[in-house]
Design a protein around this ligand. Structure first.
Ligand code: SF4
Length: 319
């Protein structure tokens, strides 16, 4: 679909699919207050079936010639039909199939994922220290996630780490995470906290900025900035020793200007922007013209400058 482009030259090339709106962790920046101590039973709406999901993805691919599909959640490894969905996307001729996971179920899933066509995974890991990990996620057993990461690398999956750094919560984990990543030759990206869900309008108190993160790392390493790739969310730096790390600076260095991301939730709604809470339902569409109109609406949802926050939880839309 050649005409789907906004006045800034933006179109949709990456589809992020939230497969499921439940999770087996209760992270502070996603579902839980920092004073909660247990993972609660999150409400679950009925998700669309895997075959319906593949039909919608196929339809979107026909219109948009998608380059990348990232599967998210909630926690996508809890999605029962994950492997058939990965294989179905691969069969559409899309090679860049990626996943964002908390890694809890990764050890037993990594081989199957790779075999089905998964190329790379981002593992969310906000602490190496067990107590801090519990404070951040309300679950224990970092070792289980590290085993999942090792198995994934051994299987041939490209692995990156994502660590949300929150002021007063886990900024002391920057070096333990960096040491682990450097020792194991894994690329790590630190993320600024986002004003989403229950942190909408109150993320400021937790904001540990890109500047803060770089300042901390500079106390031990010399590094220089690398060029940013088009439509990338992360800025990257390379240390004198040759290690690369990134910062996803949603707040202090927004990246709306060349954003190419479209989101599909587990109910068959698309969102053109993470800042927009208005779902556009494409579940029952089987007319190309109508789909194009809805995609135009989604494109018009994009912010021009920066993410402005959203009441939608990451559990619903995948962050
Ligand atoms: S706020 Fe919207 S336009 Fe900006 S980067 Fe996020 S999804 Fe893209």
């Amino acid at each position: 679909m050649r005409d789907l482009q906004d006045q800034y030259g933006r179109s949709f090339k990456t589809l992020r699919v939230s497969l499921i709106n439940t999770c087996n962790l209760g992270c502070v920046y996603c579902t839980m207050a920092d004073t909660d101590t247990k993972v609660s039973n999150h409400h679950q709406k009925t998700n669309i079936s895997a075959s319906e999901l593949l039909r919608i993805i196929g339809y979107l691919h026909q219109e948009l010639n998608l380059e990348t599909i990232r599967l998210t959640g909630g926690e996508p490894l809890l999605y029962h039909d994950l492997i058939p969905v990965v294989a179905g996307i691969k069969a559409m001729g899309i090679d860049e199939i990626k996943l964002t996971t908390n890694g809890f179920l990764l050890e037993r899933m990594a081989f199957k994922l790779h075999k089905a066509g998964m190329k790379s995974i981002n593992v969310s890991l906000d602490a190496i220290n067990e107590d801090v990990f519990f404070k951040m996620s309300k679950r224990s057993d970092v070792g289980r996630i590290l085993k999942g990461i090792k198995t994934s690398i051994d299987c041939g999956l490209d692995v990156k780490l994502n660590a949300v750094i929150m002021k007063g919560m886990n900024e002391d984990q920057i070096f333990p995470l960096l040491d682990y990543a450097f020792e194991n030759n894994i690329q790590i990206r630190f993320l600024e906290v986002m004003a989403m869900g229950h942190l909408y309008k109150q993320s400021e108190k937790y904001l540990f900025t890109q500047h803060d993160i770089l300042n901390a790392i500079a106390s031990r390493y010399n590094f220089e900035r690398l060029d940013r790739k088009a439509s990338a969310t992360s800025n990257y730096w390379k240390t004198k020793e040759g290690h690369v790390f990134g910062v996803i600076a949603n707040e202090s260095e927004p990246f709306c200007g060349d954003c190419n991301r479209l989101r599909l939730d587990s109910q068959g709604n698309i969102f053109g922007c993470l800042s927009d809470n208005h779902p556009i339902n494409i579940r029952v569409i089987d007319d190309t013209l109508e789909l194009r109109q809805k995609l135009k609406l989604a494109l018009a949802q994009k912010q021009t400058v920066r993410f402005v926050g959203s009441e939608l939880s990451m559990l619903e839309i995948g962050g």
